[in-house]
Design a protein. Structure first.
Length: 195
């Protein structure tokens, strides 16, 4: 039997989604709790029944996505797959998260520096993710799977594209996540593969 989600939880999820959309469109600094309440068609005071502050909303949005990336990167890294296969999984991961959470991805990329208490934790997650990505590239170069290039430039090039997907995806109606993943793997991963 499916467990019903408490009404309180549904409202909180809605508040988080609307806040993420507003943060992406206007930036965290430009949005107030009153703006979020107006977008939800409720009184600002009602928001505080669900969320402590605008900072709490930002934390929920950014940390949940950062933890998802970090957890799934750990799974990829611990697999016995080749470096190329791992990179293909990471591309698929970015496409999946960007399709499901374009607004949250906007906040993650543009508003992370506004985190207060959670900033250090977020930076730890991001650095861990980037280090794992870099290590996959270096391992691939070492084993000869990946062409011998500057690993830092390779990481920067691939991650820059993947991190900006949330901007591009909404403009491409009709493009499925599977098609995008396949094409990105051809462009980004096959391009560095040692044939």
């Amino acid at each position: 039997m499916k467990k019903a989600i408490p009404k309180n939880e549904k409202r909180k999820d809605e508040i988080v989604r609307v806040a993420a959309k507003l943060f992406k469109e206007k930036g965290y600094s430009a949005i107030t709790m009153r703006d979020i309440a107006k977008a939800l068609d409720i009184k600002a005071a009602s928001l505080y029944n669900h969320i402590k502050s605008k900072q709490d909303l930002l934390k929920i949005i950014i940390i949940s996505i950062a933890e998802e990336f970090t957890d799934k990167m750990q799974i990829v890294c611990s697999s016995k797959e080749t470096s190329i296969e791992k990179l293909q999984k990471i591309v698929a991961l970015h496409v999946d998260i960007a399709y499901k959470n374009p607004y949250s991805m906007g906040a993650l990329n543009n508003d992370w520096m506004h985190l207060e208490e959670e900033l250090e934790y977020y930076l730890k997650l991001r650095n861990s993710y980037e280090n794992n990505f870099r290590n996959i590239i270096k391992e691939g170069i070492k084993t000869g799977e990946i062409i011998n290039t500057n690993a830092e430039i390779t990481v920067f090039s691939i991650l820059s594209t993947l991190r900006s997907l949330y901007l591009w995806i909404p403009k491409k109606e009709g493009l499925t996540a599977e098609e995008l993943t396949k094409n990105l793997n051809q462009v980004l991963i096959s391009g560095i593969q040692n044939h």
